[in-house]
Design a protein around this ligand. Structure first.
Ligand SMILES: NC(=O)c1ccc[n+]([C@@H]2O[C@H](COP(=O)([O-])OP(=O)(O)OC[C@H]3O[C@@H](n4cnc5c(N)ncnc54)[C@H](O)[C@@H]3O)[C@@H](O)[C@H]2O)c1
Length: 360
């Protein structure tokens, strides 16, 4: 059964559940905002489906609930934030607000974050900047799931980054991507559906290419963007490595196996995840309106290109999520299967009924 859920009711429910797990109200609301934003944009791999894993880490004490993220070093355009091992979403929102304030005063703002947790979709934070006419950048490391090109064991996380660029009319340009061939959450969705995965997403415990999602969950690992050497997996590896440097090392945090994975490594130890959040003010380079007009003009030219498949017009980064958001804000978020079952169970355990009644 699939049900359509009202995004606002879903957000309120998520925040209430997190508060029952000891998360302070403003942090719970922040996490709810990011999860619902993922689901309304169709990024189902990183929305409400992630809630059980977050609750597991809260329950074991691996994620802290007391305290606030804080700036521990600061100089003009830059800042270092300590996330206090709190939920990654409020930490990243706090850090992006710092980056935006610094971009307003210095033209650019760059914030490194250490001692945080899984923050969901990188694009959410980058878009906080574009909503204010700035270019936004965000990225995070994650526990080892991806084998560097040429290696036969996982070392880096799926290490996503996002760059969002303001336009004069929607949709904004939002590049938001894992640097692995696929995000772990998408693999989990495929495993739940029992469907074969495309060759090139990952390998089994012996390092052999597989189309079995379950093989990846039991000892296998993911491949970098590009998948295979002959398809330039060294470039995906390089991108993931850069995200590791900006997210982990720049803020003095650990790298690779020093970082815990939300799902696949010990659920009872601090994750020690690092992020970077940055903003650039286009107005410091010339007329801001001319810039956003030029970006829109670039996107319009791309839309005007002859499509390789006549049935599928060219889309630009951020457009699929924008189209989905228009639909889901109107019709509701479709939830079903194991995700809906697990949320219903959580609601029953806490006597907080999951808002699964039909939307409308
Ligand atoms: N917190 C974490 O540890 C973590 C780890 C990995 C991924 N993530 C998040 O998971 C999400 C999904 O990542 P992903 O790599 O699966 O993204 P994806 O492959 O779905 O999309 C990547 C980018 O391609 C664009 N795109 C998609 N289809 C397109 C098309 N037909 N034409 C033009 N552009 C198109 C999207 O707008 C997006 O900017 C992201 O939000 C990412 O931040 C988080």
């Amino acid at each position: 059964m699939t049900t359509l859920v009202d995004p606002e009711r879903l957000g309120n429910w998520v925040a209430a559940v997190l508060q029952r797990h000891g998360v302070q109200a403003s942090h719970a609301q922040s996490t709810a905002r990011v999860l619902v934003a993922a689901d309304v944009q169709g990024i189902d791999s990183h929305g409400i489906a992630r809630l059980p894993a977050y609750l597991g880490r809260l329950g074991s004490g691996a994620t802290a609930t007391e305290g606030q993220p804080c700036v521990v070093a600061s100089s003009g355009a830059t800042a270092l934030v300590d996330g206090g091992n709190l939920m990654g979403h409020p930490v990243a929102e706090f850090a992006m607000a710092e980056a935006i304030a610094r971009a307003r005063s210095c033209g650019v703002g760059w914030v490194a974050v250490r001692n945080s947790n899984h923050f969901g979709i990188a694009g959410f934070y980058a878009r906080l900047a574009t909503d204010l006419g700035l270019i936004g950048l965000a990225g995070t490391n994650a526990g080892p799931r991806v084998a560097p090109a040429g290696a036969n064991e996982p070392f880096l996380g799926t290490n996503p980054f996002a760059v969002a660029v303001p336009t004069s009319s929607p949709p904004a340009m939002v590049v938001d991507m894992a640097t692995s061939a696929v995000a772990t959450g998408k693999l989990e969705l495929a495993a739940r559906d029992g469907k074969p995965i495309p060759e090139g997403w990952g390998v089994d415990r012996d390092g052999h290419a597989t189309t079995d999602a379950a093989a990846l969950a039991s000892g296998g690992w993911l491949l970098p963007l590009g998948s295979f050497r002959q398809l330039s997996s060294h470039k995906g590896f390089a991108l993931g490595l850069l995200v590791e440097v900006f997210s982990g090392l720049l803020g003095g945090g650990p790298y690779g196996p020093g970082v815990q994975n939300l799902v696949f490594t010990a659920g009872d130890r601090p994750a020690r995840v690092g992020h970077f959040l940055a903003a650039i003010d286009p107005a410091r380079f010339g007329d801001a309106h001319s810039f956003t007009d030029a970006v829109s003009s670039l996107l319009a030219d791309l839309h005007g290109l002859t499509p390789s498949d006549p049935e599928t017009p060219v889309m630009t980064p951020g457009e699929p999520e924008w189209r989905c958001e228009l639909e889901r804000r109107r019709d509701g978020i479709p939830l079903g299967g194991e995700v809906l079952n697990s949320l219903t169970r959580i609601g029953e355990e806490l006597a907080l009924e999951f808002p699964s009644s039909a939307f409308g």
